[in-house]
Design a protein around this ligand. Sequence first.
Ligand SMILES: CCCCCCCCCCCCC[C@H](O)CC(=O)SCCNC(=O)CCNC(=O)[C@H](O)C(C)(C)COP(=O)(O)OP(=O)(O)OC[C@H]1O[C@@H](n2cnc3c(N)ncnc32)[C@H](O)[C@@H]1OP(=O)(O)O
Ligand SMILES: NC(=O)c1ccc[n+]([C@@H]2O[C@H](COP(=O)([O-])OP(=O)(O)OC[C@H]3O[C@@H](n4cnc5c(N)ncnc54)[C@H](O)[C@@H]3O)[C@@H](O)[C@H]2O)c1
Length: 740
Amino acid sequence: MNKNAVRRVGKANYLARSNHSGIDDNNATFSALTMQQKVPTDLLALEPSTSQQAESMDYLDLPSAVVVDGNGVVTAPHLQPEKDERHATRKSTIFAMLSLEILMILLQHADFLTQQKLRKVCKYWRAVLNLSDLQESVWLDSQSLIGTHDFVAEVYRPRQLWSFTLPRTLSITYNGLFYQRKEMDGEASRVLRKFADRCPNLVTLDLRGLYLKECIDDWNVFFRGVPYSLTVSASQIVFGMLDVPEMRNGVAQEPMKPHRRCRRRTGSGPTVDLLHAVRQVELNPANSVFDALRNSVEASRLDAVREWVEDCATVLMKDQRWLGFVRAESLPSPAIHRISSEWGDFEVVTEPAEVSPQKVVNGQDYFTLLKFAAYILTRGDIALPRPTPFKFDFETDRFYRLMGGVSFHADFFRRLHRGKKVIKMASVFLQPVRHYSKKAAINHVLVIGGGLMGSGIAQITAAAGMKVTLVDQSQDVLKKAVSGIESSLGKVARKQFGEDKEKADKFVKTAVELIQTTTDAQQPAQFADLIIEAIVENLDTKKTLFTSLDKAASNHTIFTSNTSSLSITDIAAATKRQDRFGGLHFFSPVPMMKLVEVVRIEGTSDATFDALFDFAKKVGKVPVACKDTPGFIVNRLLVPYIMEAVRMLERGDASAEDIDTAMKLGAGYPMGPLELADFVGLDVCKMIIDGWHKNDKAQPLFFPSPMLNKLVGEGKLGRKSGSGFYDYKAQQAKQAKSGR
Ligand SMILES: CCCCCCCCCCCCC[C@H](O)CC(=O)SCCNC(=O)CCNC(=O)[C@H](O)C(C)(C)COP(=O)(O)OP(=O)(O)OC[C@H]1O[C@@H](n2cnc3c(N)ncnc32)[C@H](O)[C@@H]1OP(=O)(O)O
Ligand SMILES: NC(=O)c1ccc[n+]([C@@H]2O[C@H](COP(=O)([O-])OP(=O)(O)OC[C@H]3O[C@@H](n4cnc5c(N)ncnc54)[C@H](O)[C@@H]3O)[C@@H](O)[C@H]2O)c1
């Protein structure tokens, strides 16, 4: 480890001064803490505020944790990860930019203060976020991003940005971008979109800066994918930022003015904070939602809080506010205009804010919020609302949903640092979060295997509006798959839109455009929310694939296999993500068969199972729940049935045609058993039966079939190869000619 990596600083100098955000009290904070608490003397504190300092600190070399207030990072562009080759190999390095305030809290509660004990910090941090792998979390305090969008775009290239493989968390404090609103249109919003694309499990965005209308559009884009979040952040109703005017009946009698300390500066600062205060305040103490909450918390009626949480959808509907980003309370608009004309570098947008009186927050309000959040965090038994109660209505922009995650803005702590109380509260906050995220959002699906099943799965997934990456071993197979998908989508479109060719074409085009193909599964695995494996029915091959995917994929990614006959448990054993593993057994032809068996192994978490169930519904299927028993439900019955038909044929008891006709007309099956075996693929049938035979040699039902083996040996795999029990060549040639 580089000697310079850890700087042991003197007591009076724990952290460099934070020169952003209009608050210069970090040293004061630390002094206060030093007096009150046993503050360490060998604290690792990296907050390089000059590039010189930053250079000497070389945090990329740290073994397990880096605590950097992002402010410093901007001044040290030479620390761009990609410029440092070591970065690429240093997977064990945690490049976490924790906010200074959180660090302070950690310091109070983690007696970690030696380099060796840094892991303890990680533990705490993990506890806060319930991250299973801190290595993949990045805390971006992007106050630092002010005026540095190029830098950001440069540094956080998709392949380089670790947060792109985040399991669940990326926190972006986004106020800086407000100040630089002109840039917001271009580079920054491009970067933002990338974040949003790549971090569908984004937990918290504190978008203080997204005040401007054009920013709000970005905001929309941003939040489409945010599944888990309750943001509690009223902090920007800032103490010390405003000269508080006389209030009558809760209404400011004159426009608020920026505090003299907070005159215009060249960084993020009061403008941002002030506007945040008027525009984007979550759980705003001035609203009735907050009152209800406060009353409950203060009266220690925790059940009422629970009710409140569970009921918040209703409350919000009634109040026409959003939880999380509650529709803003607003300062009296003259105040906005005044500030606007004084500071003059931003546009005032009054829409869609509702104008209503703004109360000034007092310390008690903060505590209430803090208590509330701490309570939510620490009560594992609270059933936090699932997304469903929140009508996630893109049309009306009600896009924010309350779910399992809770995030604080660090300003809670900043503002309260003087009281011991906050430390106490923070200790509550730091309790492990047991009940964290619920269901994963599935926006990007990686389908591996572009054969019969994989291409069908890719088709229906894209048709349902999700991004798909389809992987197979050769470009030829992929080309064939895409052309098959196009033609199959054409049939669906014809059925759906009849004569309306324009609509039909658009439907096909939109879906096809959502499908990308590649022969490399590793790269897209980093960005997928769900992986569906539909490759050859061979346990070793599947395990090899999953082992490599487990390394490449993001932590949050759910893995599934579409296996017909193998044990999902056996396949999942190749990975370290038993909780995010399950079976998704589709039926052939995928676009037409309505069933999906959702298979649960012992380790499958509820969240995973729910997400898979939901996914099946989202792609238009009817899911059924299955245990991981051989053949699940359908194949347990289907395999013996088809097998008996093949043996009947082998014995010469009846012809293929008669067996099939008999079962169609006598038992009402849409296809006869041999037709079906051809349809499924005789190689698939053989692999199933061979596998089961291997597992249970004595079971006569599973004895190999010479006829099946012969056909497969001759490359007669059924429909897909042009012949099997039947010959399809003539039929296929006819279809090709007629274009059907
Ligand atoms: C001794 C050792 C032996 C070993 C044996 C071991 C065997 C083990 C076998 C187990 C295999 C398991 C495999 C797997 O795990 C599980 C399975 O998938 S099992 C297979 C399940 N599938 C079936 O059972 C299919 C049964 N067949 C049907 O239901 C129908 O035949 C059909 C496939 C739905 C087709 O219906 P038809 O009416 O016949 O077909 P049409 O061609 O007329 O089409 C009807 C209608 O649909 C439209 N259409 C056609 N294709 C598509 C498409 N791709 N997408 C969308 N729409 C499509 C078509 O245009 C028609 O529309 P319409 O004209 O009606 O408007
Ligand atoms: N055929 C069915 O009716 C059916 C139904 C349900 C489930 N399944 C299951 O789905 C899976 C796929 O079946 P199918 O019928 O689509 O088979 P298929 O032979 O049509 O397709 C398999 C595809 O996987 C590709 N492949 C093989 N190894 C690969 C790898 N390591 N990486 C990427 N691609 C790879 C092959 O090139 C091939 O294109 C099997 O597990 C099968 O048991 C099949």
